[in-house]
Every structure is written in structure tokens, then in C-alpha cells.
Ligand binder design. Structure first.
Ligand SMILES: Nc1ncnc2c1ncn2[C@@H]1O[C@H](COP(=O)(O)OP(=O)(O)O)[C@@H](O)[C@H]1O
Ligand SMILES: [Mg+2]
Length: 349
């Protein structure tokens, strides 16, 4: 049986030339009755047939393959492709062409997968977004409706309802600001303004800026023993302030009354250092830990108690730290507390 799958232009040419040469040999032997002359003649026929067929088959295949290449590149031939079509393609074996096409199709498959994942991401993002906007917007509408409906005359509730409506507008603004921030960070357009500063001073400033919250829950903020020696870091100070503010704010929000928030600063090696913010609050269950830095991700507790967060804080922290080429991580145990840590580059001057 002829194994047509393993046909190559050379094999086709060889088979074709052999059959014609054999027939030519038999015919010429019958008519000339001269063995040597017939053999010579058929050898000539074989050579001409072999090279002609090989050339024509290759031309035919190349023309078809060129069409496929043009199709997969979806372009009119540019100069580079012209060169490729004229000089490289004819020399490529069909196996190489198959390899090329397979590679191309793999690439396309990957691209489609990425697009599909992005599309899914975008859908989830929009769903979350509309949900996050709806809650405060409906609350404002509810309070205002009740006030307009007569509650404005009731001195017992009118201020309270107005206050609630105001708190919800604050929540909306907070959400818009966070969204603005994360969009800027994700577009990668934000530049870092690196400067040297003492990390402990910045942590202290953030502790002080949040003191009204710590006081209301009687939470004690301070440094862990051994972390007091001032260390200069090289980073975008305002962005790191944002990271620390969110981590310490979380530590207070999800911390217990009369609890404590502790900052520690360690030198990890000659280049980097590690900053950790620990609390002895409610902690995070293990199943939530891998997702906690995702946009809008909040544990059931963070959601149900409605403590006022947008669920974007940790996502923003992660973006900022990664933009510095550093890492952020979390360790936590429910009922015991959480430790969020991130690395920063030490300033060596
Ligand atoms: N220190 C912490 N202790 C316990 N849970 C935390 C802590 N920090 C963050 N979380 C959990 O991670 C979620 C995401 O935090 P974040 O992105 O800052 O959002 P937000 O503070 O707006 O809720 C929170 O809703 C909370 O469930
Ligand atoms: Mg937060």
C-alpha cells in the first residue's frame, strides 16, 4: 500500500519519474532492441521528470503555503514578509511550516484565553462596582425621602437622618477616590517620586493621624521592641503613607476594643527591609487569605458589619508595593490577630 501521508515533493517526483522512466525503458527496448541505448534514454527521462516534477510540486505547495502565511499574518506582504516569502519560505520544509502554524495557533489560543479572562474580570468588576455604589446611594435616597416625607419636622430624628445621609455621601466619595487611585495605579501611568525618609517617623505620623480612631476603641499603638532604631528607606513617601494608613486603619477597624497595634521594622539583608503591622484583632480565616488583596474582596465580617471600607484598600496597597518592585504578604489566625508585612529598599547613603 502507498503511504500517502509520508509523501514529500522529492518522493512524489521520484515515484513519478521512476514510473515514466520504466515505461520509456520498456517501450524503447521493444522498438530499438538496444539495451544500453534504452537504459541511457530512460535515465535521461528519469532525470528530466524527477527535477521537473519536484520543481512543479514545490512551486505549487509554496504558493498554497504562502497563502496560509498571508492569512495567518492577516496582512498584505510588507517588505520583510516579501523577503520571507521569496527567500526563506521556499527553503522551509513542510514540517517547519506545520511547526510554524501550530505555534501560531497556540499563540492565538493564549491570546483568546487572556481576552476571555479579562472580559470575566471586567464583568465582575462592573458588578462589584454597581453593588458598591448602590448601597450608599439607596441609603441616601431613603433618608432624604423620609425627611421630605415629614421627618424633617421631627426634631428627634431629623438631624440623625441628615447625619446618616451625610455619612453615606462620604462613603461614596471615599469609593470614588479609591477607584480613581486604583485606576491610575493599574494604568501604570503613575510615576513614583522616590525620596529618602526615616520609616519609623512616617509610621509615627500615621499613628497620630489615626489617633481619633484608636482612642474611640482604646487601642494602643506602638513599635515592637528592637524596631526603634531609625532606618532610612528609599521610596515614594506619600504612597507608602497611603499603604501604612490603610494597614493601620484596618488593624484598628478589625481590632478588638482595648487591643493593640504594633509596628515592627527589620533589616532583611543589605538591600531591603521588612515593615510589619500586627494587631490582636479578629483575624482572617485561612480560606480568605489568598484573595484578600483582590479588588473589592472583603470577608463576611468586613461586609456584614459594614464598617465603612470599600474593599479596595489592600488592592491599592499591593499595587503601590509592587510598583516599588517589592512584596506584600499577610499572616493571620482567626481570634488571634493579623500581621501584614511589606518590604522596601533601604537607602544606603
Ligand atoms: N487587620 C485585619 N484584620 C482582619 N481582617 C482584615 C484586616 N485587614 C483586612 N482585613 C480583611 O480584608 C478585607 C479587605 O481589606 P481592605 O481592602 O482594606 O478593605 P476595607 O478596609 O475597605 O474593608 C477587609 O474587608 C477585611 O475583611
Ligand atoms: Mg481598608
Amino acid at each position: 500500500m502507498l503511504e500517502t501521508k509520508s509523501f514529500t515533493p522529492t518522493r512524489i517526483a521520484f515515484l513519478n519519474a521512476s514510473i515514466i522512466a520504466l515505461l520509456g525503458f520498456l517501450l524503447s527496448l521493444l522498438s530499438w532492441r538496444n539495451f544500453t541505448l534504452s537504459l541511457l534514454g530512460s535515465f535521461l527521462i528519469f532525470s528530466v521528470c524527477f527535477f521537473l516534477t519536484k520543481y512543479l510540486v514545490e512551486q505549487f505547495v509554496n504558493r498554497r503555503v504562502k497563502l496560509i502565511y498571508k492569512f495567518i499574518h492577516q496582512t498584505k506582504a510588507s517588505k520583510r514578509e516579501d523577503f520571507f516569502n521569496k527567500n526563506i519560505l521556499p527553503k522551509q520544509s513542510l514540517d517547519e511550516v506545520t511547526e510554524d502554524v501550530l505555534q501560531w495557533s497556540d499563540q492565538r489560543k493564549n491570546e483568546i484565553e487572556i481576552l476571555e479572562r479579562n472580559e470575566q474580570f471586567r464583568k465582575e468588576f462592573l458588578q462589584n462596582l454597581s453593588h458598591e455604589f448602590k448601597t450608599p446611594a439607596f441609603a441616601i435616597q431613603g433618608y432624604l425621602e423620609t425627611l421630605i416625607g415629614g421627618a424633617i419636622e421631627n426634631p428627634e430624628v431629623n438631624r440623625k437622618f441628615l447625619g446618616n445621609a451625610f455619612n453615606n455621601t462620604e462613603r461614596l466619595i471615599h469609593l470614588i477616590n479609591d477607584l480613581d487611585e486604583i485606576t491610575k495605579l493599574e494604568s501604570g501611568k503613575q510615576e513614583l517620586h522616590l525620596q529618602q525618609f526615616v520609616i519609623q517617623d512616617l509610621i509615627q505620623e500615621v499613628f497620630e493621624s489615626l489617633s481619633f480612631k484608636t482612642k474611640s476603641k482604646n487601642i494602643h499603638c506602638g513599635f515592637k521592641k528592637g524596631s526603634e532604631q531609625p532606618i532610612l528607606v528609599l521610596a515614594d513617601k506619600e504612597k507608602i503613607r497611603q499603604v501604612l494608613t490603610n494597614l493601620i486603619d484596618n488593624a484598628i477597624k478589625y481590632g478588638n476594643y482595648d487591643g493593640k497595634v504594633e509596628a515592627s521594622v527589620y533589616k532583611t539583608d543589605d538591600v531591603n527591609m521588612l515593615i510589619e503591622i500586627s494587631d490582636n484583632g479578629i483575624g482572617v480565616a485561612e480560606e480568605h487569605l489568598p484573595r484578600i488583596f483582590e479588588r473589592f474582596y472583603r470577608t463576611d465580617y468586613g461586609r456584614s458589619r459594614n464598617i465603612g471600607g470599600t474593599g479596595l484598600g489592600l488592592a491599592i496597597c499591593k499595587h503601590i508595593i509592587e510598583a516599588h518592585g517589592q512584596i506584600i504578604h499577610v499572616r493571620s489566625k482567626p481570634g488571634i490577630g493579623s500581621t501584614f508585612g511589606f518590604t522596601l529598599a533601604k537607602s544606603n547613603s
